[in-house]
Design a protein around this ligand. Structure first.
Ligand SMILES: Cc1cc2nc3c(=O)[nH]c(=O)nc-3n(C[C@H](O)[C@H](O)[C@H](O)COP(=O)(O)OP(=O)(O)OC[C@H]3O[C@@H](n4cnc5c(N)ncnc54)[C@H](O)[C@@H]3O)c2cc1C
Length: 264
């Protein structure tokens, strides 16, 4: 079975720098880490391989600047077999539409996968759009909010999806894309052997040219969404503490205040 995990490198701190002229994130000047929610996707992919007695190969794929190679190394140190980085200046400024297009082309270029894992959302962009969009470009079924893989058989999978108020059990044929929630597992810590393997791993770089990406579909040009303005919201609430000498006085003061405002 061929399995891949989409992993994104995200800022490790909240000191994110923004290019005010383009409204985009300056990714080359920040401390970065593997998107914490992608660790659950990596863990589940490895568990599926273990469940199949090792008869699977798990490939980590990321799109980002060259430093995103570290996110792939992190995935390999946890147990992925290999990894590819999709990196090209032409991809800079890609929104979720262009990102998912490029990732889907990388998946096709690598020959396709039976299972494609991704995180629920990236902790920086937080749209949760990339996984389902990749599935859409590939014309395969997206299974979102997966909290448990109940069974994987010959060409089919049965999973639990966390939905409002309960779980939905879905069975479908392969290939599928699964975005997983935290509940699915407890990600393992890399061991020494994994760290050494990751350090020595050769991670090929895929460019727009290698993948034959259409220029009008990638980067700022290929991104139909625009960040018009980025700002921190201002808190405009004026708090007032009803203290009083004792709880009864505080309640009386609150009732008086609400009556004056015409709320009660
Ligand atoms: C309007 C808009 C404009 C943007 N413009 C820019 C821009 O100009 N420059 C810029 O750098 N960013 C830009 N971004 C952010 C960029 O689109 C996102 O970083 C990227 O598309 C991923 O979206 P996300 O962070 O919401 O990921 P989500 O959709 O929340 O991620 C879900 C999952 O998809 C997978 N995934 C997501 N991104 C990647 C990736 N790159 N590689 C591998 N797997 C991945 C991961 O498994 C992740 O857990 C923009 C976003 C928006 C909404």
């Amino acid at each position: 079975m061929r399995i891949c995990v989409l992993v994104k490198q995200v800022p490790a701190t909240d000191k994110v720098k923004i290019d005010e002229s383009t409204g985009t994130m300056i990714r080359t000047e920040m401390e970065a880490e593997l998107n914490p929610l992608d660790m659950y996707a990596v863990e589940e992919a490895i568990r599926v391989k273990e469940r199949l007695g090792g008869k699977a190969r798990v490939t980590a794929i990321s799109m980002g600047p060259l430093m995103a190679i570290d996110a792939i190394r992190d995935a390999i140190s946890m147990g992925c077999d290999d990894g590819y980085l999709l990196s090209d200046k032409l991809l800079a400024g890609s929104d979720t539409w262009a990102t998912s297009y490029a990732l889907s082309k990388a998946i096709e270029y690598l020959g396709g996968f039976d299972l494609i894992f991704c995180g629920e959302r990236a902790t920086d962009g937080e749209t949760g759009q990339v996984g389902p969009s990749v599935a859409s470009w590939l014309g395969i079924i997206p299974l979102t909010y997966v909290s448990k893989i109940e069974e994987i058989g010959d060409g089919y999978i049965r999973v639990w999806r966390a939905v409002e108020g309960g779980y939905e059990v879905v069975e479908t044929g392969l290939p599928v894309l699964l975005s997983v929630v935290k509940e699915i597992n407890e990600p393992r810590l890399p061991n020494l052997a994994g760290k050494l393997k990751a350090k020595e791993a050769k991670i090929p770089i895929l460019t727009a040219e290698t993948l034959g990406l259409e220029r009008r579909m990638i980067g700022l040009e290929g991104s139909p969404t625009r960040v018009v303005k980025i700002f921190y919201p201002k808190l405009s609430r004026n708090g007032r503490i009803m203290s009083g000498k004792n709880p009864q006085e505080a309640v009386d003061e609150l009732i008086k205040f609400l009556a004056e405002k015409g709320i009660i």
